[in-house]
Design a protein around this ligand. Structure first.
Ligand SMILES: [Zn+2]
Length: 1009
């Protein structure tokens, strides 16, 4: 039984597809097409324009995967068209697009002078003749075609070698993957195009209305009448009459209580993902060109453009596009948002690095556009750290936007507009668009979903909708803008207004700011939990770089302040920071990009490390290069002293403790007695002072556990709960050898399993309360997950893990679905589990993934098991993920509170450096007399005034008073924000500054010399 509605919908669908849409373009004349196959990586336009072109009839194959072809299109505009408005004639080019926008071939139209004009994408295949500026009736232009392959093929997440960097140099050519499909000049019938928009908007609206709504019947009748008057033999000639039948239903105003949507044009461009960084530079240029062209036609267009790095790519590589971008920003069509260098991951970047994301992002927008962005824009990152609200506020921003939490698999997040409270108590006004996408098409279905889904209905009336094709889809289309006009004030639809994000936030905050609910703590994403572990070398590169940057800034500042180095390496540090920040993008650091991206990242991190080592060596040598003695000077970049070497300073190591010993199979340093059995497992750790066994009875610590790890969907991204069901304890051993080496009690344990081997070196240093493990893995598994387990005899109800500028607690139980969903989490340098008066920490120098669980033993005691996630082996998008050799270091810190966890976390990541020098010690630039107050960064001010900038934070979650002392003459102190802008003057007395910090407070001081 078909009711009226179904009949009308079926009639409309067929008419649109077969009759009306094909009538948008009338008469056409073919363009002459020629092609030049660029031999390898992309070349500058000048080189391409000078190449020799061959004829390229429709059907010409082009582009091996990742290859580039340049097309030259030319033709005469027919004389009989010349009376027409040039906006009614368009060039239409289809490069053979397949797949969705952003995941297929793309093109960038250039003039005959090599100036980029507009992108070409699967849903944006036209260029108005006015843009192409024909001369004497003749049009000629070039298109740079990028043969970006569909890495995500029709069968979804299948292993593919399409993500490898092609060997253009050694294997020229390659199989073409696209064929030129269309190149015409065509008459564009605007009236037909408008009719399509009318029909689609009304159809999308009526299908969302309840069957009982009179409005729905009214729209159906109007649609039916419009089709009645449309003559399929002359669609252009009757389109106006058909539209007249729709005018009345399109003119009815929205209900007084209709939801209000702020529509913001957007293109979520992943800075790298299923394509390499070099392609993103081109994707950005195409998208910005499209948006600038669209804004000329629709001056009301607003496009939110995040990621300062992408703006910088335009500036540095496309001067003409940069001019258009700057003009569009000045006109308000393109709105810089986000205030970050990239849309970074926020689970994994270290504290200082996350601060620098804001510093470099906001500063770019200030310097280039004079705009102090207020809204942080992170629609797609994989969970949000509890450290963010304070950083957002200290960067001078007010609002936060994400959408990703709608991806939660277990729990629906309860709010769309709320105050988000961070770990220190700072609150930031936050919005999750209830439209549940950052690539909206503003269809009736999506608009109705946003209105229905909005959790604050009844209390608030507004939400935001980012619309447009991302990732090289070219951003918003003219169809989306035209659809937005039709739903601006339309009965049955939410009211849609194209406006900047700041306008939305200001209105939403004024409407709801006083009453909005509060969400406290991290915004944990209940999916993509394997992104804390996948692509181990990328993660290790990030961690190493962050700590080398700390050292490079600290020692360079110390050397300049001491008058021993003339120049602080401002430019070099700025360049290196930006490389590290770029690689924290939410598909690079999380390990979810193609092989090309990650292999390149490893090479880049190696270069960054070499450059930073050179800066550090230069500064340290300058600091000790005077006097006549010969000293072994130990540099300590950690924020706490060790072996008598002051924090942030250098001196000779003071008297070492007596050597550790080995007795039978027991490693002993007088503080700890560690038993390694003949399986190489740690069956006992006795804390001598506390008189306490640390390993849970009947268990072994540092146990390697191998899980089968086949996620249901997203290989590199996900570890699903079922992975725990299949586990193999690696207890078989190839060899165990114990020895005392240089006073260090050492056990070397070698194991083989599958196609892999692991050699672990356990070290008990003299005087240490720490059992160090160096884990050297030759990893050749597929779809496996390796963890190191520490079953500990402590009754821990909750456990702490380090995050940026502090730590957060999570329960060890799984009482609620919210607790259970956190079965794998990201920690930084340490995790801690303890009971009153006694605890343990596990610290690491390279890894992020952890899980902690607890069981009750028959005796009634509690075993708390802390596990580090060492390595995975997913097959998509990089089928070779993590194959090969990896060395990671971790340690169990025995009898540790949070304070010791913080200290050892820094130490394992900042090994001391021994430098031969003429003088025996280097005083710290600054010293703080309370270990709870941690110095996170010491640097010279970015304004090159020579002021010293010190960033500190309270690290234990308590109140802390301290005195900061400088070794230089202090003439003034300001508290500043992250961008080093003054907040308030601070008291000082001589060279000391009194400090009082609230729990987890971040404090940045500008110290004038
Ligand atoms: Zn993304």
């Amino acid at each position: 039984m078909h009711d009226d509605r179904q009949l009308i919908e079926e009639r409309l669908r067929r008419a649109l597809m077969e009759r009306i849409k094909p009538a948008v373009y009338g008469e056409t004349v073919p363009l002459r097409a020629e092609i030049w196959h660029a031999p390898g990586e992309p070349v500058p336009p000048a080189e391409a324009l000078a190449a020799s072109y061959a004829p390229a009839p429709i059907g010409t194959a082009w582009g091996p995967a990742w290859g580039t072809a340049w097309f030259r299109f030319s033709g005469e505009v027919p004389a009989e068209w010349t009376g027409r408005d040039t906006t009614d004639v368009e060039a239409v080019v289809d490069l053979g697009f397949s797949g969705g926008p952003g995941f297929s071939a793309e093109g960038l139209i250039h003039t005959t002078d090599g100036i980029p004009l507009k992108g070409l994408h699967p849903r944006q295949t036209y260029a108005p003749l006015s843009l192409l500026e024909p001369k004497n009736g003749r049009v000629e232009f070039y298109v740079e075609g990028a043969a970006n392959p569909e890495v995500l093929g029709p069968r979804g997440f299948q292993p593919t070698t399409l993500g490898d960097k092609p060997a253009f140099d050694t294997q020229p050519g390659g199989t073409p993957i696209y064929r030129l499909a269309r190149a015409d000049l065509a008459i564009f019938h605007a009236e037909v195009w408008d009719l399509i928009l009318d029909l689609e908007v009304l159809q999308g609206l009526q299908e969302q209305l309840p069957a009982s709504e009179p409005r729905r019947r009214e729209i159906l009748r109007a649609l039916s009448r419009a089709l009645d008057v449309l003559d399929f033999a002359d669609v252009p000639g009757t389109a106006t009459a058909a539209r007249a039948e729709l005018a009345e239903v399109l003119s009815r105003p929205a209900h007084a209580s209709a939801h209000r949507l702020s529509a913001v044009g957007h293109a979520h461009i992943d800075s790298a993902w299923l394509w390499p960084l070099r392609e993103t530079r081109r994707k950005v240029a195409r998208t910005v060109s499209n948006v600038a062209t669209l804004a000329e036609e629709y001056p009301e267009l607003v496009f939110a453009f995040s990621q300062a790095q992408q703006h910088a790519w335009v500036r540095d590589n496309y001067p003409v596009v940069w001019d258009r971008l700057k003009k569009a920003v000045a006109a308000g069509n393109i709105v810089p948002v986000g205030g970050m260098w990239v849309e970074s991951d926020t689970n994994l970047p270290g504290g200082e690095a996350l601060a620098r994301q804001f510093i470099h992002g906001k500063r770019f927008f200030l310097d280039e556009y004079g705009i102090d962005t207020q809204e942080v824009w992170l629609p797609d990152s994989f969970g949000y750290t509890a450290a963010l609200p304070q950083l957002v506020k200290l960067s001078g921003s007010r609002w936060f936007l994400t959408q990703k939490i709608s991806w939660n698999t277990e729990n629906k997040f309860p709010h769309h507009t709320f105050w988000w409270e961070g770990l220190d108590g700072t609150r930031v006004f936050t919005h999750f668009p209830p439209i549940d996408t950052y690539n909206s098409d503003l269809s009736g279905r999506e608009l109705a979903h946003a209105q229905r889904n909005f959790a604050e209905n009844g209390s608030a009336t507004r939400s935001l909708a980012p619309f447009g094709y991302g990732d090289g889809g070219g951003g918003p289309t003219r169809e989306f803008v035209a659809a937005a006009h039709r739903v601006a004030d339309l009965e049955g639809s939410p009211r849609v207004t194209i406006e900047p994000p700041a306008a939305f936030f200001a209105a939403a905050e004024s409407e709801y700011g006083a009453a909005a609910p509060v969400w406290s703590g991290e915004l944990y994403l209940e999916i993509h939990r394997a992104t804390y572990t996948s692509q181990a070398k990328t993660k290790q590169g990030n961690r190493r770089s962050e700590h080398l940057l700390r050292e490079a800034e600290l020692w360079s500042a110390a050397a300049v302040v001491a008058g021993k180095l003339a120049d602080y390496p401002y430019e070099e540090l700025d360049r290196l920071w930006k490389i590290v920040l770029l690689h924290q993008f939410h598909d690079i650091l999380p390990g979810s990009s193609i092989a090309w991206v990650h292999r390149e990242a490893e090479a880049t991190y190696a270069e960054v490390a070499a450059d930073l080592e050179a800066i550090i060596t230069r500064a340290q040598s300058a600091l000790v290069d005077e006097g006549t003695g010969t000293h072994e000077v130990v540099f300590n970049a950690a924020p706490h002293s060790r072996h008598g070497v002051p924090a942030l300073g250098a001196s000779a190591r003071s008297g070492d403790a007596a050597a550790a010993t080995i007795d039978g199979n027991v490693l002993d340093n007088g503080l700890l007695r560690v038993t390694v059995d003949d399986r190489g497992l740690v069956t006992s750790i006795l804390d001598v002072e506390a008189g306490r066994e640390v390993v849970a009875p009947g268990n072994a610590a540092n146990l390697l556990q191998l899980h089968v790890d086949i996620p249901n969907m997203w290989d590199a991204w996900d570890v699903d709960p079922h992975y725990k069901n299949t586990v193999r304890d690696l207890t078989e051993v190839d060899s165990v050898s114990l020895d005392v080496l240089d006073g260090v009690a050492t056990a070397v344990v070698q194991r083989s399993f599958g196609d892999s081997t692991v050699t672990q070196t356990l070290r008990l240093q003299p005087g240490a309360r720490r059992l160090d493990v160096e884990c050297d893995m030759d990893w050749h598994e597929s779809e496996k997950f390796l963890k190191a387990a520490f079953p500990l005899d402590v009754h821990a109800d909750r456990w702490a893990s380090e995050t940026q500028f502090g730590h957060i607690f999570r329960p060890t139980h799984q009482n609620t679905s919210w607790d259970a969903a956190k079965f794998e989490i990201a920690a930084h340098r340490w995790v801690h589990a303890g009971e009153p008066g006694y605890g343990l920490a596990v610290v690491n120098d390279s890894t992020y993934g952890h899980d902690v669980s607890r069981t009750t033993r028959d005796s009634g005691g509690t075993t708390t098991t802390v596990r580090l996630s060492l390595i995975r082996a997913p097959r998509f998008p990089d089928p070779q993920t993590d194959q090969g050799r990896h060395v990671v270091n971790y340690a169990l810190v025995v009898g540790a509170g949070i304070a010791e966890a913080v200290e050892e976390g820094y130490r394992i990541n900042l090994p001391e450096r021994v430098v031969a020098g003429g003088i025996a010690s280097v005083d710290p630039v600054v010293a703080v007399d309370n270990d709870a107050v941690v110095v996170e960064a010491v640097k010279l001010a970015d304004d090159r005034s020579g002021d010293v900038v010190v960033r500190l934070y309270e690290s234990r979650g308590g109140r802390a008073s301290a005195t900061l002392t400088t070794t230089f003459d202090l003439t003034g102190v300001d508290e500043v924000d992250l961008l080093e802008r003054p907040l308030s003057a601070r008291d000082r007395s001589a060279n000391t500054v009194p400090l009082a910090l609230r729990p987890f407070q971040i404090l940045t001081l500008r110290l004038r010399r």
